[in-house]
Design a protein around this ligand. Structure first.
Ligand SMILES: *[C@@H]1O[C@H](CO)[C@@H](O)[C@H](O)[C@H]1NC(C)=O
Length: 499
């Protein structure tokens, strides 16, 4: 019996240790590591690192000579990663040593800029701060009410947690233009500049339609500004709410141990009282107390990438949730060469592709919306907005060394022309590249759009990086970024009208 109790106690301690190391609730102790691959082999090794637990690759690009930034969890993960880089002999440097301080700096910046003026008087859209999902939905509803001839809202479906996924159609003739273009954003939760860019596009097309007739003649726009609303809101959430969940686990374990051994005693200073009124000796539970306190201190998940689905439904759910939070990478979940490369079948990985192609409700919703809206094959172009680059990527992305798309040259030419327009507007240059050359990753929405949904021209646009490390472009720079990008979107549209 004593032995049994001992092993139960170790099991609890083990669970605590794993939680502290693997859960991304707060970024205290998470650090950034910048490595520079010298060869294609180095680059491949670094991409392999990205599938390790506790490692999150922040750079899209892993190619010789380019800096590849990883965020690495504290403890064993950091030791293993640095050891691996030493073994490989890849030059590296240590960046920010406490990612949480980046998150806090960004939050202060966001609060300050909320006080600034709005872009359009009388409109609820704003580009001095990152709008929340509810504000975005409200803005779309306002546009539909104010511009009924121009705007129609389409319910794409509900997210896993029940949020509305609303697409807006902007059309001069009730959705009957001969061609259409689809733009989406925010498939990855943390890439905040992407929804902002989609909103600027919507703002220009609708509230400044007079100036942009050329973009609307003969072309219907379908824009879904937030594909992953649960993840997006999660990255905006400052204080976690599932403290009780962990409390519950702790208590369950104690209940098993202490109720059976009849050690419950009345109020004594050396005993810990759980909310189920169970007393346990303080000396035996210091690490448990740490867990409870630590969870309460945690502060959101600014760099969450995945959706919030893929929840596990077995009785083991609570234990599994301690290892990592559920979620799939929606941009690995689309059904075109699913899981062929650059994706993970491990649910804790940042690039977890889901249980099967289209296992996630958000990717299902987007798929069904596109297939339905494109029945008459009017959709000529698909632009999916991500960050950070700047880069313009075209299919195929699902693997290295596959036949290039038959229209690869035309895809590149249009991309280069869009880049030139953005550079002219003051942007740093966008690299225009085949997706897989940069970073092969199967299950992306761009490949699926071209390969399965009959949308001939499909692009991933990796928008401007900024802030300390890329995803955290300061709110004060939103307007400049979206204005520059808009010049590129115009070029894409001009081609969509002629395809
Ligand atoms: C979600 O969309 C439906 C219409 O599709 C609407 O009636 C409802 O109010 C929306 N919910 C929120 C929270 O915006």
């Amino acid at each position: 019996m004593v032995q049994l109790r001992g092993s139960l106690a170790s099991a609890i301690l083990l669970a605590m240790a794993i939680t502290v190391a693997a859960s991304p609730r707060s970024y205290h102790g998470y650090r950034l590591v910048n490595a520079v691959p010298r060869s294609a082999e180095d680059a491949a090794e670094l991409r392999a690192l990205a599938t390790w637990t506790g490692v999150d690759m922040w750079s899209r690009r892993a190619a010789p000579g380019a800096t590849v930034t990883f965020m690495v969890a504290p403890g064993a993960a950091q030791r293993r990663v640095l050891q691996r880089l030493e073994e490989l002999g890849v030059p590296y440097s240590l960046g920010e040593h406490d990612v949480q301080s980046l998150v806090e700096r960004e939050a202060r910046d966001q609060t300050r800029s909320r006080a600034l003026l709005r872009d359009d008087a009388g409109s609820s859209v704003r580009f001095d701060t990152y709008m929340r999902h509810g504000e975005i939905e409200q803005y779309l509803a306002e546009l539909a009410a104010k511009y009924p001839k121009l705007v129609t809202l389409h319910s794409v479906g509900k997210s896993y947690e029940g949020r509305n996924m609303t697409a807006i159609r902007v059309s001069l003739d009730g959705g009957n233009a001969p061609r259409a273009i689809l733009v989406d954003a925010g498939i990855h939760a943390r890439e905040w500049i992407a929804p902002a860019t989609a909103l600027y596009l919507i703002n220009r097309l609708v509230e400044h339609a007079d100036e942009h007739q050329a973009l609307l003649q003969g072309l219907d726009w379908y824009i879904l500004p937030v594909v992953n609303p649960d993840g997006y809101e999660y990255t905006h959430t400052k204080v976690r709410t599932d403290i009780t969940h962990h409390h519950y686990l702790v208590q369950t374990l104690f209940l098993t141990k202490y109720s059976r051994t009849n050690q419950i005693k009345s109020s004594r200073p050396n005993y810990f009282i759980t909310t189920n009124k169970i007393l346990v000796p303080r000396a035996k539970i210091s690490s448990v107390l740490n867990l409870v306190i630590w969870t309460k201190r945690s502060s959101g998940c600014r760099f969450w990438r995945k959706n919030r689905g893929a929840k596990r439904e077995t009785w083991l759910k609570w234990l599994w949730d301690l290892l990592c939070e559920p979620g799939a990478d929606l941009n690995r979940n689309f059904g075109f060469h699913w899981m062929q490369s650059g994706a993970s079948s491990y649910p804790c990985a940042e690039t977890f592709a889901g249980k099967k192609a289209f296992s996630e409700v958000e990717s299902q919703n987007l798929r069904d919306f596109v297939l339905n809206a494109n029945k008459d094959k009017r959709f000529k172009m698909y632009l999916t907005l991500h960050s950070y680059g700047p880069m313009i990527l075209y299919p195929w992305g699902y693997d290295y060394r596959v036949e290039p798309a038959p229209d690869a040259k035309q895809l590149a030419d249009i991309g280069n022309e869009a880049n030139a327009a953005m550079v002219k507007a003051g942007s740093e240059p966008f690299e225009v590249e085949n997706s897989a050359e940069l970073y092969p990753a199967a299950g992306g929405s761009d490949d699926w759009a071209k390969g399965e949904a009959d949308i001939a021209k499909s692009y991933t646009i990796e928008l401007h990086g900024g802030g300390s490390q890329g995803f955290d472009l300061p709110a004060s720079r939103i307007l400049t970024s979206v204005q520059q990008t808009f010049e590129g979107l115009k070029v894409f549209a001009s081609h969509a009208r002629e395809l």
